[in-house]
Design a protein around this ligand. Structure first.
Ligand SMILES: Cc1ncc(COP(=O)(O)O)c(C=O)c1O
Length: 377
């Protein structure tokens, strides 16, 4: 039968998310009995803390729809958590709960007008989300010598390309895929540019507690509260990606956005599963044992990151040392000619070759807004 529905053209160009696609490839090879080393999917390997699991069990009977914005006690706990841990003064009425921070970033991007800027490399899903909205992402090329952190002059040049339009910036700190962590001073310098151009910042803080530095985490909210939307959730620091619980916090002056998001939520997913929100209440209640658990998991990520970094450097790869998150961003520039002679001409070729020959699942730089000629994976 040739009958097929017509589709929204913004969707037909989309591929399956790069991380989910590599996950399927790795799973299929594992199902065939192959021993795959899987670096292509950012999932915490650690168990969910007992206090959160217990709260989930104790609340299995919660069956009523919760308010669109989320369980009020959970929103209050999120505000207190961010005050205690990061000295943020979040606006309670701007806090919203969603099924993962990915969905909340999408909902915010859907509501916001104007171009969306991201540093390159950045997380794979921002671009496709912007494409679904019928827009194109403007990537800002960063330098390895700056640990792939975006510099104020790079942001300034990108802003100048869009006179008269609202600029939106998504910045993930600590960063997927580079492990870069912006210092307070670096954020302050970026904020100067943001303030000058009234940039709306989506500060993706999903890895804020997977921070390898001993000084406490500083985010955009500390320096630019009036222009910062925070997204975060349970997936990384709490190791609960499958719970699908994300948070968005908008400032008081963005009440038009908060109102729009409430309407969007009420007309789409309605509210997050009630038992999960009660479990999240335990996850966002500051308790020593939970914080110790999060810190221990982070220390293991740090050890693994430092070990791999050392190995990459001794292999002759270039790679900034990770300062947070679960990722490393090595490049094979030093092997470009050798790889070319083997017929490997692009980073996608290289990632595929590494999977086919070594059963190591990795993502190419081109999934992170870099050129195919970039020689990292
Ligand atoms: C940079 C970044 N932001 C957001 C997310 C989304 O996380 P979740 O939807 O599980 O909260 C991820 C997950 O991999 C991520 O790496």
């Amino acid at each position: 039968m040739s009958f097929k529905p017509q589709l929204n053209p913004n969707i037909t160009t989309l591929k399956e998310s790069a991380t989910l696609a590599i996950n399927l490839q790795a799973k299929a090879a594992r199902a065939d009995g192959k021993d795959v080393i899987h670096f292509g999917f950012g999932q915490s390997p650690f168990p969910v803390h007992g206090s959160i699991q217990k709260a989930l069990q104790d609340n299995a009977h919660q069956k009523d729809y919760l308010p669109t914005r989320g369980l009020p006690k959970l929103c209050e706990a999120v505000v207190k958590w961010h005050k205690d841990l990061f000295d943020y003064d979040l606006h309670l009425d701007g806090v919203m709960v969603g099924p993962g921070s990915k969905e909340m970033i999408f909902q915010a991007l859907y509501c916001l007008e104007g171009p969306v800027l991201v540093p390159a490399p950045s997380w794979v899903s921002y671009g496709p989300q912007v494409n679904i909205r019928g827009k194109i992402i403007e990537s800002i090329l960063t330098k390895r010598s700056n640990s792939y952190k975006m510099m104020p002059d790079e942001l300034e040049s990108a802003c100048l390309k869009f006179p008269g339009e609202q600029k939106n910036l998504i910045l993930n700190n600590p960063a997927n895929p580079t492990g870069a962590l912006y210092s307070s001073e670096e954020i302050k310098a970026l904020v100067e540019v943001c303030r000058k151009h009234q940039v709306v910042v989506i500060s993706d803080e999903i890895y804020s507690l997977v921070n390898f530095k001993s000084d406490s985490y500083m985010g955009f909210h500390n320096h630019y509260p009036e222009g910062t939307i925070i997204t975060t959730g349970l997936s990384k620091s709490h190791g609960a990606g499958g719970y699908r619980l994300g948070i968005l916090a908008a400032p008081e002056n963005f009440s038009n956005l908060t109102k729009a998001l409430c309407s969007m939520i009420s007309e789409t997913f309605s509210a997050v599963s009630a038992p999960i929100q009660y479990a999240a209440l335990a996850a966002y209640t500051v308790n020593e044992d939970l914080l110790k658990h999060i810190n221990q998991c982070t220390q293991i990520h740090k050890l693994a990151g430092e070990y791999l970094h050392g190995r990459f450097i001794s292999m002759g790869l270039n790679c900034p040392k990770p300062e947070g998150a679960f990722y490393l961003f090595p490049d094979f520039e030093n092997y470009r000619e050798k790889l070319k002679s083997l017929g490997i001409k692009s980073c996608s070729d290289l990632a595929q070759e590494i999977f086919d020959k070594l059963l190591i699942a990795v993502l190419p730089g081109s999934d992170f807004y870099l050129d195919e000629s970039y020689f990292g994976v």
